[in-house]
Design a protein around this ligand. Structure first.
Ligand code: PLP
Length: 449
């Protein structure tokens, strides 16, 4: 039998750092990465035969639990009919319709003396792509094409994938590696992205006052989850939309992580203050575990994409039938009952983590955005990238390792959210809750050295 250490040594000889995505290397938690052999429901099993309760969930897609029978069957059925055609299939239309139909909320009709609630549907057309990176990259090109402007505003600590223009102060893996951004991004491209602090509406006003006529779009994580969880201030997204629109710029709402996870209509559906995004990006859950992502918006905007409009975008594997089948089966099973189970399990785990840390005397906060949460070793809830980075992050590695040793697989970075699934039943949740006190004590004893 092979071991995780043997697999990692071999992998490092074949792939940079032994991985195909940096955070998987476990660098910031000083631990040998686990190589997985299989997964089912809330559990993953490594090549040594050890089972863990999983709180990574493939970084979100495993929202129904791993290898959900209906999703696996949908993929098997699709595969039996051909792996892909490089041509259109009816399933793509059905998934696009499903996405557009789910993303809605009650909105007050503006300008009407008797405020009548109407349903707001920001998505009339959808394009399917293969990764979240492609979705945000395309949304930005589309915003530039629509406005004839070049500048993009993004927030420090927000992650929108690894395209050149979006890697500045990008949270997630770059935060874990303590990198300011990435080498290899030409300065003239980096200069097209204006990075400002999150949750600071004055900073938004200032950047638009200074450069408003040149700004194509502001891109924002609907509820940031790639610097740990940092919820938007009340009304922040709405204020952002208003300011952008007042200057003729677009709001790109990045729901790659939150979409169809925090609720049936993503964060858009549960933000306490309604607002109007122009383009919305999806990934992770929408692909049900296979490579699929999407962007959507009004017909007028989306039809600027080729073949109808002048903004080019394409993909050999876009709308792949296996990925479409996985996404449809996943969305079909994400009903009110599934969300209720995810929310309840997330609340239990988050509360247990907070109480274990309090018992151990560890200064911490547990921040939540719907059923997403993460712990932060700070006295006050961080509100932006600077306050996130000021926490006692060194406490996370021993916390993580103690959980792992007890059979719980957490995200291998303090800057990532914990992903609960509908398959986290009482037994799985109990295993997590039982492991937390020892991990909290390890965090208490941690030293910077
Ligand atoms: C994961 C993520 C992306 C990038 O998606 P990939 O599929 O990894 O390219 C973009 N935006 C957000 C908010 C994400 O969480």
């Amino acid at each position: 039998m092979t071991t995780n250490a043997q697999e990692f040594a071999r992998a490092r000889g074949a792939m940079p750092g032994g991985v195909n995505s940096p955070v998987r290397a476990f660098g910031s938690v000083h631990e040998t990465p686990r190589f997985f052999a299989s997964a089912t429901g809330p559990y993953v099993t490594d090549v040594e035969g050890r089972e863990y309760v999983d709180l990574v969930g493939s970084w979100g897609p495993a929202i129904l639990g791993h290898a959900h029978p209906a999703v696996v069957k949908a993929v098997q059925d699709a595969a039996a009919h051909g792996l892909g055609f490089g041509a259109s299939t009816p399933g793509e239309t059905e998934l696009a319709e499903l996405i557009a139909a789910r993303v809605l909320r009650q909105a007050q009709q503006t300008g009407s003396p008797v405020a009548e609630p109407v349903e707001a549907h920001p998505i009339e057309r959808v394009r399917l792509v293969s990764t979240g990176t492609e979705a945000t990259m395309t949304a930005i090109r589309l915003a530039r094409g629509a406005t004839g402007r070049d500048l993009i505003v993004k927030f420090a600590g927000h992650y929108h994938g690894h395209s050149d223009g979006l890697l500045a102060e990008a949270g997630s893996g770059v935060a874990t590696l303590a990198m300011p951004g990435s080498a290899g991004v030409p300065a003239p491209i980096a200069a097209q992205t204006l990075v400002i602090p999150y949750n600071d509406i004055d900073a938004v006003r200032e950047v638009f006052a200074a450069r408003g006529a040149d700004i194509a779009a502001v891109i924002v994580e609907a509820a940031p989850a790639n610097m740990g969880i940092v919820p938007p201030a009340h009304g922040f997204n709405a204020a952002l939309a208003d300011i952008a629109h007042a200057h003729g710029a677009l709001l790109i709402l990045d729901e790659v992580l939150t979409g169809f996870r925090v609720g049936p209509a993503g964060w858009y559906g549960i933000d306490p203050v309604p607002f109007s995004p122009d383009l919305v990006t999806f990934g992770k859950v929408v692909g049900g575990g296979l490579p699929l992502a999407a962007l959507g918006g009004s017909a007028a905007l989306m039809e600027l994409l080729a073949p109808l409009g002048p903004v080019y975008q394409a993909g050999t594997l876009s709308g792949n039938p296996l990925a479409v089948a996985a996404g449809r089966a996943t969305l079909d099973h994400l009903d009110a009952d599934a969300y209720a189970r995810i929310d309840a399990a997330a609340t239990t785990i988050a509360d247990a983590a907070a109480s274990a840390l309090s018992q151990a005397g560890v200064t911490h906060v547990v921040q939540r955005s719907g059923n997403l949460f993460s712990i932060q070793f700070a006295a006050e809830a961080p509100v932006d990238y600077d306050t996130v980075k000021a926490q006692e992050a060194f406490r996370y590695a021993p916390f993580f390792r103690t959980m792992l040793a007890q059979g719980v697989s957490l995200p291998p970075s303090v800057f990532e959210a914990w992903f609960v699934s509908a398959a986290h039943d009482d037994a799985a949740v109990a295993r997590i809750v039982e492991a937390l006190p020892a991990a909290a004590r390890a965090a208490a004893e941690a030293t910077t050295g």
